[in-house]
Design a protein around this ligand. Structure first.
Ligand SMILES: C[S@@+](CC[C@H](N)C(=O)[O-])C[C@H]1O[C@@H](n2cnc3c(N)ncnc32)[C@H](O)[C@@H]1O
Length: 411
């Protein structure tokens, strides 16, 4: 079949020409705003480009993308990790490589490797530069670095099996909203007792998860960036140094990247920076270049908080991992350690809008259902959760659409 015949095999959409014209005009204006570096212009233009695709695509084209292109793209990305394709593409200053060269590191079948590569090229993850010859594009160049690249491994190995079994799990639980941390979709799919135990038993995926989180962190505005949370006014001013009062503790802080960034971006901070994590994660944190700048401690946040009256108890991506009951236990331990009127809990999480919530929040919400039988929360849900343990929200700061917000709460 010729290229033209293949292209016309999918019925074309009778689209609204006026709507398309209007979107194109908006895109043109959006492009000018982007050139002038107007804040938010990137997000707006991207949204307009998505609207254009939706306006032009026929339902069949859109559904083919969902059914065929995207699942195969994730598979091809996962195979690229095992076949070391992103590394091989990067070698020799990224010069184009033949399929034979790309298949060599694993002594894989060139035919198999070509099938993976051509789908990656078709879905814009790399360039095809000739017959059976490929080179990096901006995406594959980015994937030379482990961080978000390892997200492919994590999502494929940990999240996808759970999503695949989610319909069966929901049918068995009579379509009730999952909320059992010990018997949720993840345990059902992976035949395990607990997400964290499963990760410990799969150290490669645990490392991939931590790399992925570090990648996500780099990609988003952080709360100490200008125009986000006023760190100087809310934390630095009035800092005391008696006992543990001058501590900023990152509860469940992963490898300690947030503390390292705080150390760099808030030079006026004269207090201590303490990481609290599970033992295997502390071991990974010890190998980080910033390890000497922070205190690394093992602490289970389901046990009483040992640091009393600290200035800040920071948690990023912690409470969305737990159903309300478990969150209340975590929060009560912090509340009991806090000094009223001085200590602050800082929750760095999604605050999901009641209407027109961005896909970044709604997608993560489904992931949370599949992984932890939990959810992303709306402002009302955050207020209810915190007030149920005697905490009051003293402010919510946000920057950009689809990002995390910073919720400050006090006793
Ligand atoms: C989603 S990750 C977030 C990590 C980090 N805050 C970040 O934003 O990159 C959740 C973290 O909670 C930690 N964690 C899970 N259960 C814990 C527990 N009982 N006590 C302390 N940390 C725990 C995990 O090891 C993991 O690093």
């Amino acid at each position: 079949m010729s290229g033209t015949a293949a292209a016309t095999a999918i019925p074309s959409k009778t689209y609204d020409a006026d709507a398309v014209k209007q979107i194109l005009k908006d895109i043109s204006t959006g492009g000018q705003r982007l050139e002038q570096n107007e804040p938010g212009s990137h997000e707006t233009l991207l949204e307009q480009a998505r609207r254009l695709v939706v306006a032009l695509e026929s339902p069949v084209e859109s559904i083919y993308g969902l059914l065929i292109a995207e699942p195969s793209r994730l598979f091809a990305g996962r195979m690229a990790l095992d076949l070391k394709l992103f590394d091989t593409l990067a070698a020799d200053n990224g010069r184009p490589k033949s399929v034979a060269e790309l298949a060599a590191p694993r002594a894989a079948s060139p035919k198999l490797v070509n099938r993976v590569l051509r789908h990656l090229a078709a879905t814009k993850m790399l360039h095809q530069t000739g017959d059976e010859e490929y080179a990096q594009n901006e995406i594959s160049r980015f994937l030379e670095k482990p961080k978000l690249r390892e997200g492919i491994r994590y999502v494929f190995d940990a999240v996808e099996p759970s999503l695949n079994k989610l319909p069966e799990y929901l049918s068995r639980t009579h379509y009730q909203n999952p909320g059992n941390a010990n018997d949720g979709p993840f345990q059902y799919a992976h035949k395990t007792q607990n997400y964290w135990t499963w990760l410990e038993q799969h150290p490669r995926v645990l490392q991939a998860f931590q790399d992925y989180l570090a990648g996500v962190r780099e990609d988003r505005p952080n709360f100490m960036d200008p125009g986000f949370y006023p760190v100087k006014e809310r934390l630095v001013e009035g800092l005391r140094h008696d006992g543990d009062a001058a501590v900023f503790v990152d509860v469940g802080g992963g490898e300690g990247h947030a503390l390292a960034e705080f150390n760099e971006k808030v030079p006026t901070w004269t207090g201590r920076l303490v990481l609290q994590e599970q033992e295997p994660v502390v071991q990974i944190a010890k190998m980080q270049p910033h390890a000497s700048l922070i205190e690394l401690t093992v602490h289970d946040f389901f046990r009483p908080q040992p640091l009393k009256g600290a200035r800040a108890y920071y948690m990023r991506y912690i409470l969305h991992d737990w159903p309300d009951e478990e969150c209340r236990t975590i929060l009560r331990h912090l509340r009991d350690a806090m000094e009223p009127g001085y200590s602050k809990i800082l929750i760095h999480e999604c605050v999901v809008a009641d209407r027109d919530a961005p896909w970044q929040h709604t997608a993560l919400d489904i992931y949370m259902m599949a992984l932890f039988a939990t959810q992303e929360r709306t402002e009302r849900e955050w207020r209810e959760l915190l007030s149920s343990v005697g905490l009051t929200i003293t402010g919510i700061w946000s920057k950009g659409t689809g990002n995390l917000s910073l919720i400050e709460a006090m006793v």
